[in-house]
Write a protein that binds this ligand. Structure first.
Ligand code: DI6
Ligand code: FE
Length: 405
């Protein structure tokens, strides 16, 4: 059967998430015309052009498909034991320094095949998709050797083939110093710059290069070497920065025009200024803040004052954020970080798209954008952040087609 070429969604309320108009960029009594997987027209229902197929949405709300722009969803094993240890009083940093933490996930990930990594990630991915996620970023970083970093990125690409979702893959080889380079972090950084980045680039397995700049990970100097190599092979960069201390990682990231700097609880105004000048997005990860019971809040008012786009993500990972609900992150961003519900929704749509370098493709409902849309059974868009542990998703369109479950 030939595919439907034009689809009209009528009787909708649309949170377009475009800037400058009504809150949420909202339009009531609206219609969307979709043609060849793209939004071809948006306007009042009464003026909607004819289409081969029409769906009356009965006043439901349409948002851009949700975007989870920071995840470590591919990994072996889990860290429930570490969770118990933390409840007995051990800190995240103590566990990491004692060889637990990230390194225990490295052991489990190295032992897993691509098939096993895909199989264990699928239920987590499905949870996100069930809430309206249409694009997800997935990092490597639990391999820390060429073979396993490649394996993780292959698993990430496979997830995008097995499910109706766009996957953006990031190489996070500079996540931790692997056991075989204990005491020689510079030696490991050489492996990353001289072998892992070139091989991953050649295989086309990554869309960006990430790093972890922290006392328990890599210094700004070491991250600089990684970023120089990434820039040299035309891969954009992003950075886990200022999560547990202020090492000026965001300043460094901005020097490389990073897409985003992520976490940022300990960021100072110099870092905010540098990010503003470079157009770097602030990605906030309330699930990690919550799980680690952090006290230091990210400088949200400074982001607002300097006009820095704020994105929100799950940071889905087995240690600091075992979270597979992006809607819950909207709630936590509001309750813990005091974002408005509108800022929180912009954080998983318009600004998350920008954090992935995809602002011209997705993240807003407007003519010319890809027809990745989420449809919710809600009365107001604020409900998406207001509720906690409730899923009002009604349907999803991916590239203009109804997503099948
Ligand atoms: N920051 C995080 O929150 C995750 N990685 C990172 O650099 C945590 C990774 C883990 O604990 O497994
Ligand atoms: Fe992370």
């Amino acid at each position: 059967m030939a595919e439907t070429k034009t689809l009209a969604l009528t009787n909708a309320r649309i949170a377009t998430m475009r800037r400058g108009g009504a809150p949420y960029g909202a339009i009531e009594n609206a219609a969307i015309l979709i043609e060849d997987g793209r939004i071809a027209w948006v306007g009042p229902t009464g003026e909607a052009p004819g289409a081969e197929e029409t769906a009356d949405l009965g006043g439901r709300w349409v948002t851009p498909g949700l975007i989870d722009c920071h995840t470590h969803i591919v990994h072996g094993g889990n860290r429930a034991r570490e969770f118990e240890l933390r409840l007995e009083g051990a800190s995240y940093e103590e566990i990491a320094r004692a060889g637990g933490g990230i390194l225990s996930t490295v052991t489990a990930t190295r032992a897993a095949s691509v098939d096993e990594l895909v199989a264990s990630a699928l239920p987590r991915l499905d949870h996100l998709l069930a809430e309206g996620v249409t694009t997800i970023e997935i990092k490597s970083g639990y391999g820390l050797d060429l073979e396993t970093e490649v394996k993780m990125l292959q698993a990430a690409r496979r997830l995008g083939a097995e499910r109706d979702v766009e996957v953006q893959a990031s190489l996070l080889a500079a996540h931790a110093v692997p056991p075989e380079f204990k005491g020689d972090p510079d030696g490991y950084v050489r492996l990353v710059t001289d072998q892992i980045i070139p091989a991953v680039r050649k295989a086309g397995l990554a869309d960006a290069v990430d790093g972890f700049c922290e006392g328990i990970a890599f210094s700004p100097d070491q991250i600089r070497r990684v970023f120089e190599k990434a820039s040299g092979v035309d891969l954009p960069v992003k950075l886990h920065a200022e999560q547990l201390s202020d090492l000026k990682g965001a300043v460094l990231a901005a020097q490389f025009n990073a897409l985003s700097a992520d976490h940022l609880e300990y960021l100072q105004e110099d870092g905010v200024r540098a990010m503003a000048a470079a157009g770097t997005v602030a990605v906030l990860l309330p699930g990690a803040f919550y799980t680690l019971r952090e006290k230091q809040l990210p400088p949200v008012d400074l982001f607002r004052r300097h006009g820095i786009p704020i994105a929100i993500a799950t940071d889905c990972n087995p240690g600091s954020s075992p979270v597979t609900s992006l809607l819950l992150m909207l709630n936590m961003a509001a309750t813990l970080f005091r974002l408005t519900p509108e800022e929180a929704l912009a954080g998983v749509t318009r600004n998350a798209a920008r954090a992935l370098g995809l602002a011209d493709e997705i993240g807003t409902v407007q003519c010319g954008r890809r027809a990745d849309l989420a449809i919710f059974d809600i009365e107001t868009p604020a409900e998406l952040a207001y509720r906690c542990g409730f899923n009002p998703l009604f349907a999803v369109l991916r590239e203009g087609r109804w997503r099948k479950w």
